[in-house]
Unconditional design. Structure first.
Length: 534
């Protein structure tokens, strides 16, 4: 039994104890190989290890290796046991031997569980790899689109370009993807499609810049539906490491639309115009009406489209979340539409979107150990819970540097009574910046099991799973001393107000500021060059 215990600790040690050097070497050589492999893995550094831990092929290989190692270790234990035990002893040693084999198997079972859970989380959260689309010249039969629901915008005009892809991707597997998207695929799988599918790029970091839309989903107890109340765009120069965070107010109205969307919201625009008309002079008629025919009765002015999204920017998702025909490969068509609209407004290509719901936000902050934030005014406030039945988010801090946990960060990011949306946006940008600058790759690896659950439950993204190693590398390039933060808030970045007094974005000024920050870095984030978070 001693030989079996020795081989359980180090395969081959029991055989050497039994004075079988050749057999000992056969079992010990793989031990050296495994040790060398573990050394090379750790020697890659935190960034290199993280890059492998998000690579499905590596994780699949790890599962296979785990099974092989388990069989090899059991064989080493059994061989050592049989070398020195005699027939009379084997009966009463069966129980301790079984317990020993169980002890040997436990770490392998844990490794299998963690690795398979990781693979499941990655495939559930991220978009499956899709090959480059193959454009075919076909006589496309346009599919007849059903009339949109009342008060729902129509999807953009369709195109005759057909992208044929060999596989659907995991996101369309029943139980994983959007049922509507799955149904759309099944109905259009004969290539009588009318819209070019959104296929992830096969080389996401081909350029020297990576840009991601970060969305905070405001779904939770007492809220109807999901609102994208926090919208920040993070862009990273992969050559210099300089990064910037651009924030868009949720209450922007008349945000310009890409060409293919310009006729999608006409009915909605008419309704918004009618609602926004005011009667400040109290004559019983909206002030923007006029007497066109001279009958002394005010006439409604002719409708002229602004070619914009007519209502609040945080409602784009609400009106486009069922656009599965326009974005059949997207896990959330509404977020894809929001990404495209904000990208057009910025005149900057946005590669991916990531949305984190409130519960996930709290979990992420707690998983990385909280954040240190410079608080400029005292906060003694409470906001609603992140999840039904959960504790309310409360913060009690004074001016200065404060360490905030998940719920405190949520209260800090969401509070606006006695403040404003724009101050809240600034706090949100500074929280994102603090979390990014204070978290290293090793912290993320330690928090990996917790983050896996959060990914499945609270994160929606269109990042392809094959892009993850490159994104880990990109994150490692960020120079956290050079992260600019800019909020496109009125009056600086608005060209006026709607009749209901909502800000209208000054697109030319927004684009000019983005170009200035991209070209000049943090010195261009403000007049003084100092960060709003310092």
């Amino acid at each position: 039994m001693i030989a079996a215990v020795l081989s359980a600790l180090i395969p081959g040690a029991g055989q050497l104890y039994a004075r079988k050097p050749v057999r000992a070497a056969l079992f010990f050589v793989p031990t050296l190989a495994v040790t060398l492999g573990a050394f090379l893995f750790v020697d890659r550094g935190a960034l290199g290890m993280a890059g492998l831990l998000v690579r499905p092929s590596f994780l699949t290989g790890l599962l296979i290796l785990d099974v092989v190692l388990l069989v090899w270790r059991i064989a080493a234990v059994m061989d050592a046991f049989l070398l020195l035990s005699v027939d009379g002893e084997r009966g009463w040693l069966a129980v301790p031997l079984s317990l020993l084999l169980l002890v040997v198997a436990v770490p392998h079972l844990i490794t299998w569980n963690v690795t398979s859970e990781t693979l499941n989380a990655l495939h559930t959260t991220f978009v499956a790899a899709a090959p480059s689309p193959q454009i075919r010249s076909l006589n496309v039969i346009p599919a007849e689109a059903e009339d949109p629901e009342p008060n729902q915008p129509a999807e953009p005009e369709t195109t005759k370009t057909v992208y044929a892809t060999p596989n659907r991707g995991a996101i369309f597997q029943p139980g994983v993807g959007d049922p509507d998207a799955i149904q759309v695929w099944l109905e259009e799988s004969t290539l009588t499609v009318t819209a070019a599918p959104h296929v992830p790029a096969t080389d996401p970091l081909d350029a020297n810049r990576l840009t991601i839309l970060l969305v905070g989903g405001d779904a939770g107890p007492g809220r109807e539906g999901l609102r994208t109340d926090s919208m920040n765009v993070v862009t990273i120069n992969l050559e210099t490491g300089e990064a910037a965070i651009f924030g868009f107010p949720r209450n922007l109205k008349e945000v310009p639309l890409p060409d293919r969307f310009k006729e999608s919201f006409l009915d909605l625009e008419e309704k918004v115009i009618e609602k926004d008309l005011t009667d400040l002079d109290l004559d019983g008629y909206p002030d923007t009406w006029y007497d066109q025919d001279g009958d002394l009765i005010p006439d409604e002015p002719p409708f002229e489209s602004c070619e914009c999204f007519p209502t609040l920017l945080n409602e784009v998702h609400k009106y486009t979340q069922d656009w599965t025909r326009t974005y059949p490969f997207s896990p959330d068509p509404g977020l894809s539409a929001l990404k495209e609209i904000i990208s057009y407004t910025m005149d900057l290509e946005i590669d991916y979107f990531v949305m984190v719901e409130m519960a996930g936000f709290v979990g992420v902050i707690d998983a990385i150990g909280g954040v240190e934030v410079l608080v400029k005014t005292p906060y003694h406030v409470t906001v609603s819970a992140a999840v039904e039945g959960g504790p309310k988010a409360t913060i009690n801090v004074e001016p200065g540097m404060n360490h905030l946990d998940g719920l405190e960060s949520l209260a800090y990011a969401r509070w606006r009574i006695g403040s404003s949306d724009y101050n809240r946006m600034q706090r949100q940008r500074c929280l994102v910046r603090a979390a990014a600058t204070q978290t290293d790759t090793l912290d993320l690896i330690k928090a990996y099991p917790t983050l896996l659950d959060l990914m499945r439950e609270s994160i929606t993204t269109d990042i392809p799973i094959d892009a993850l190693p490159d994104l880990v590398w990109a994150a490692g390039q960020i120079d956290f001393d050079n992260v600019a933060t800019v909020g496109f808030v009125p009056p600086t970045y608005s060209s006026g107000r709607t009749p209901a007094f909502y800000p209208i974005p000054d697109v030319s000024r927004i684009r000019a500021k983005i170009n200035q920050v991209i070209e000049e870095g943090v010195t261009a984030q403000s007049r003084s060059g100092e960060s709003e978070c310092s």
